[in-house]
Design a protein around this ligand. Structure first.
Ligand SMILES: *Cc1c(COP(=O)(O)O)cnc(C)c1O
Length: 580
């Protein structure tokens, strides 16, 4: 097999591109998007275990939800992502998290093999499998090979990460052509997907389009969605790494020159090139879009359009509660809040809230059947039990340890009600400081004879646990350091499932007002902690009082349902991409 013949599948030619360009410029959605010209969504992480792909956190959950929502709204949509042949699970052993690796076979998840494509890495040709799975109006196109490795394995500036990103970008672009698909729009879910847009720029240029025209064309059809607040924190690759992994895949000398200019002192941040290749740029909440601190090569601050994340309510809300939302015309058939959803929310009485919680508790108990806590106990809760939960990735800025700073006070809040506190969170492999923090929390818990049996740590946090806890808890705690959460989506699952939300005013929560939920704020961490404890006390009281419970649950839903609705998010994206 001669490499270069298989290297690019030359399906697009310049005349096609012109016709295509016209259609999109007409800004008419029905003409711009079709099965052959889909909305394409590029992501290095997808969290969609039902389809065989396990992610790491919110970025992947968002990608999976976005595809499901597009499908419901019948938007022609193709999600391009790696299929990782191995995934990590975590177990707790003697107070320390250990990683366990499991192989995953795509055949078992309904993917079919399409063909092989090739990319060049380190002077050799790498053979990649293109696989796909089709749904209604959407499909997942995945790139894989037996040694592709795991999601986020190794350092973010390592050769292997760069290989994965290049394989997704160049491989994914070839895969689309193999399938006869022309991206009407390329949404880049974070900069790890930059190489998809680069492959397009390179193809246009090497097919004879003037370089500047090709840049304009690529820019007009590329949306870069940023989830990271600080550009400085982004990983860098070296020129030498690009010589081995990236440049060999480029056919246009002009594109290589353009890319080379983005290096500073021999290093590149992918965001600096992504910003230039994408005219459309979005942040994932109002606050995030405002505070994300990015600059282009000329030093100008980058403006991000705020499109707050939403969730696929059918995935995350207990089915009986979804039935209620539909029966009472609170949500329409694509799960958008109806015009008068606010009035309709008055159908939600304290009795019905307790009833749906009881159903949700059954769902939680089901999930917990094979998830022992740190003592090895299998937890099963009654409808009368009271549950606080903190469930999110175990990273510093989310402050999982905050409620444990004053163990006596925590106990004094929980004990009179016999309340439980469930802590679930995935530790990033190799994060030693968080590993130490977890051990400290577990020590605090085990040295108190009440907390020992009422605070539960559940390892290997995943979608099932997220769903079970959202359905079955009473109160969710979300206390990121203000300014550091881009959006967050776990709290959305909680609000939609009628839990009371205790939160700092950060991420997507700050799209609403502080009075719409149980807000935590203060000039310093001590005052925040004091307020957190007060709010925990208050939420226990609210669950005891029918009037207060109705009032607060309706208030939360009233404020947040339009924000939470994934259909709202998709409409916002479509309006931004195809202005009327
Ligand atoms: C919803 C969800 C997330 C998102 O968490 P945030 O901290 O709110 O961003 C992460 N992981 C899993 C498994 C989830 O279900």
């Amino acid at each position: 097999m001669a490499g270069s013949d298989y290297f690019y599948h030359p399906l697009e030619n310049i005349e096609d591109i012109d016709i295509f360009y016209d259609a999109v410029e007409r800004s008419h959605l029905t003409k711009a998007l079709s099965a052959e010209r889909p909305y394409t969504y590029w992501t290095i992480e997808l969290y969609d275990k039902r389809n065989g792909i396990r992610g790491g956190g919110g970025l992947g959950v968002l990608a999976a939800d976005t595809r499901r929502i597009a499908d419901k709204m019948q938007v022609p949509f193709v999600l391009i992502t790696p299929f990782y042949p191995s995934e990590t699970h975590q177990v707790l052993k003697n107070g320390t998290i250990e990683d366990i690796h499991e192989n995953v076979d795509y055949h078992k998840y309904g993917f079919s093999f399409v063909d092989n494509i090739f990319i060049r890495c380190c002077s050799t040709l790498c053979k990649l499998d293109v696989i796909e799975k089709r749904f209604g109006s959407s499909r997942i196109v995945a790139i894989t090979e037996p040694n592709f490795g795991e999601l986020y394995s190794g350092l973010s500036s390592s050769d292997h990460r760069l290989y994965q990103e290049v394989a997704l970008g160049f491989g994914g672009y070839s895969a689309l052509k193999l399938l006869g698909l022309k991206p009407a729009i390329m949404q880049l879910n974070e900069v790890a997907t930059f190489f998809g847009a680069l492959a397009r720029l390179d193809e246009l240029t090497s097919n004879g389009m003037d370089f500047y025209e090709a840049v304009v064309y690529t820019r007009k059809h590329t949306l870069y969605t940023n989830h990271t607040l600080v550009q400085a924190a982004e990983a860098e690759f070296t020129y030498e790494q690009f010589e081995r992994f990236v440049f060999p895949n480029l056919r246009s000398a002009a594109v290589q020159k353009w890319l080379s200019d983005k290096f500073e002192h021999g290093r590149i941040k992918l965001s600096s090139a992504t910003i230039e290749i994408a005219e459309l740029k979005s942040g994932v909440s109002k606050l995030h879009a405002r505070v994300a601190n990015y600059h282009d090569v000329s030093g100008n601050k980058v403006k991000f359009k705020a499109i707050t994340n939403g969730i696929d309510l059918d995935t995350w809300v207990s089915p009986s509660l979804m039935e209620f939302y539909h029966d009472y015309a609170i949500l329409d058939d694509i799960n958008l809040p109806t015009k008068n959803y606010l009035q309709k929310l008055s159908a939600l009485s304290a009795d019905s809230i307790r009833q749906y919680k009881a159903i949700g508790r059954g769902i939680l108990n089901d999930v917990l059947k094979n998830r022992p806590d740190q003592n090895g106990d299998i937890l099963q809760f009654t409808n009368d039990d009271f549950i606080f939960d903190f469930k999110r990735r175990f990273v510093d800025y989310k402050r999982p340890e905050l409620p444990f700073r004053d163990a006596e006070r925590l106990r004094s809040i929980l004990e009179p009600r016999g309340a439980h506190y469930i802590l679930a969170g995935r530790l990033h492999t190799g994060d030693m400081s968080m590993s130490v923090k977890l051990k400290q929390i577990l020590d605090i818990i085990s040295s108190d004879d009440y907390l020992k049996n009422h605070v539960h740590y559940l390892a290997d946090y995943d979608e099932n646990l997220a769903f079970g806890l959202s359905c079955g808890s009473n109160v969710a705690i979300n206390v990121p350091i203000v300014g550091l959460e881009a959006c967050g989506t776990s709290w959305m699952k909680d609000v939609a499932n009628l839990n009371l939300l205790i939160s700092t005013h950060d991420g997507g929560v700050a799209d609403a007002r502080m009075s719409d939920y149980f807000n935590v704020n203060g000039p310093d961490e001590d005052s925040e902690l004091d307020m957190l404890y007060q709010q925990m006390q208050d939420t226990i009281a609210v669950w005891e009082n029918d009037f207060d419970l109705e009032f607060m649950v309706r208030r939360q839903l009233g404020a947040f349902l339009p924000i939470i609705s994934g259909a709202r998010m998709m409409n916002d994206y479509l309006d931004y991409l195809f202005p009327k």
